[in-house]
Design a protein around this ligand. Sequence first.
Ligand code: FDA
Length: 391
Amino acid sequence: MMWDTIILGAGAAGMMAAIEAGRRGRKVLVIDHAKAAGEKIRISGGGRCNFTNLGIAPERFISQNPRFALSALKRFTQWDFIARMDAAGIGWHEKTLGQLFCDGSARQVVDMLLQDMDHAGVTLWLGCALGEVRRVQAGFVVETARGPQEAASVVVATGGKSIPKMGATGYGYKVAQAFGLPLVETRPALVPLTFAEQELAWIVPLAGVATEARITCGRQAFQEAVLFTHRGLSGPAVLQISSYWREGDGIVVDLLPGMKLGETLRAAKAAQGKASLRTVLGRWLPERLARHLEDAAGVTGVMAELSGATLDGVAAGAQDWRLVPVGSEGYRTAEVTLGGVDTAALDGRTMEAKGVPGLYFIGEVVDVTGWLGGYNFQWAWSSGWAAGQVA
Ligand code: FDA
């Protein structure tokens, strides 16, 4: 069968591109091997989909060429997506740090996109495996479980390698390679970090404790919640820094950002000599963490009995906690994949492969990775929209 545009992958980016191409009157086929479209949207943001961020800015995206994403992000902005949510009557709210979530359910976003696809006359094949993509005279042939399909344009929107259980395959990278496009090495990102036994001995007793902290790796720092787990450290601040961390790098954790704990503890010693260290720390930290810091310092007496050096040691332990992750939990739990199709090989305005007219790459398969907080969906919407104007 002959199509104008075949879109590989019915995720956030693929659906957006399909809607736009369909609205232009193109005969569009979307193919996905999953049983349902937009599965990552459905489970995202704890079921409420953090669908964009008010603070979209190029420095919040990681890429070999951080400016590449700018054109698409400017042409279809967070406000454009918000307008679609409003038009569809989907309620939303800002949670924190500019992060926008559905008031109700992420399923509403999936339903909106499916409905828009339907109205745009897009054909959707689910549960359909994909094979090779070949160039032919009129465009491309895509091998599928339902036979070879021909189209003038092919848009690769099959995402990254994150969460193979949900159908992530790395298929898009193979298509890129088959057409001679360069790849930037991929690695799991927005992922919990893991630690060696010595550090785990400190972390594991606190499993389940969450607290706001500032985590620094090199020149990058994030101040958000940190979660202690049985496997290591998680929570938004850790996921964020994981995108910048490389094997061998150390990280520094400040459990009381913005405080001068050494000075504060000395003042507390003078003012509340009879209080225990854990009681004093417990004013700013979860009780279990305060107790753990007291135990770690080997402190038994009350504040009045503690030397200045001991208090400084406690302060350093809490505010200058240095540790070296041994790895991450990997693609099994990573929210996204760093790296992918090298942006140098793509046109930033259209997402078309420079040497292969008619072949497009959008969304997570491209070497553009956003911070945690709605940035990755905005990249999927923006790049999908850009390709949908021309593919
Ligand atoms: P996406 O992965 O969405 O879609 C790719 C599609 O291609 C899938 O439907 C897949 O089945 C299909 N496919 C893959 N290989 C195939 C093959 N070989 N044959 C056929 N089909 C194939 N981001 C954000 O901004 N806010 C958030 O709240 C969250 N939350 C979140 C939670 C969790 C648990 C995860 C794992 C991820 C997030 N993200 C997120 C990240 C976000 O989900 C991600 O960046 C986008 O879904 C990427 O959109 P794409 O369309 O590029 O790929």
